[in-house]
Design a protein around this ligand. Structure first.
Ligand code: FE2
Ligand code: FE2
Length: 188
């Protein structure tokens, strides 16, 4: 497996873990929750999504997906839909971030609105990932030879994941420790 392909797979695994933690915090806005939400964690998670998946992961997929479209694969309609969703996700992240920024600035937002919009956002992200995993990622194994991967590599500037790869240096150490602790508490 080419290293870019491997990084995309790893990104999906990491993003799922992040979204699970985000969902856990969002559940605090449910009427019967006895916990209160950690706004720092929510904002940090959204900041990370804007910094890495929205800036590197989706644009990298766009480059690869365009090459698959040129090969006229039968999954082309779905690939076009996924490219549109990249834009939808970037916009949705901005809107959810605005929403939680207004909460941080003490604006009154109903718990119901926070819950509904956040859950819809997580659903959009997860469905997108699942469609890619199931229908498009397997194509990368069969559709590109080594030469084509070299061409793709020239178009893509690899980037380090600032949360899961090197958390202590980029200001996500608190979020990273939170994710590990939460995962551990779920196993116990
Ligand atoms: Fe994608
Ligand atoms: Fe993806």
């Amino acid at each position: 497996m080419h290293k870019i392909q491997r990084q995309l797979h790893t990104d999906h695994y990491h993003l799922q873990r992040l979204l699970d933690c985000f969902s856990y915090e969002i559940d605090c806005y449910d009427f019967d929750s006895k916990r209160s939400a950690d706004l720092d964690i929510i904002l940090s998670a959204l900041d990370y999504i804007q910094t890495y998946p929205d800036k590197w992961h989706h644009p990298t997929e766009d480059i690869i997906f365009s090459r698959l479209l040129k090969k006229r694969v039968k999954e082309s309609p779905l690939i076009e839909q996924l490219q549109d969703e990249h834009q939808d996700i970037i916009e949705a992240t901005e809107k959810i971030q605005e929403l939680f920024n207004s909460v941080a600035e003490d604006c009154i937002v109903s718990a119901d609105e926070l819950l509904t919009r956040s859950r819809n956002y997580v659903k959009l992200q997860k469905r997108h990932l699942e469609k890619e995993n199931e229908h498009v990622y397997p194509l990368m194994d069969s559709m590109f030879n080594e030469n084509e991967w070299r061409e793709i590599e020239k178009e893509i500037q690899t980037q380090n994941d600032p949360l899961f790869n090197n958390p202590s240096k980029k200001g996500y150490d608190h979020l990273y420790r939170y994710i590990l602790d939460l995962e551990k508490s779920k196993q116990d």
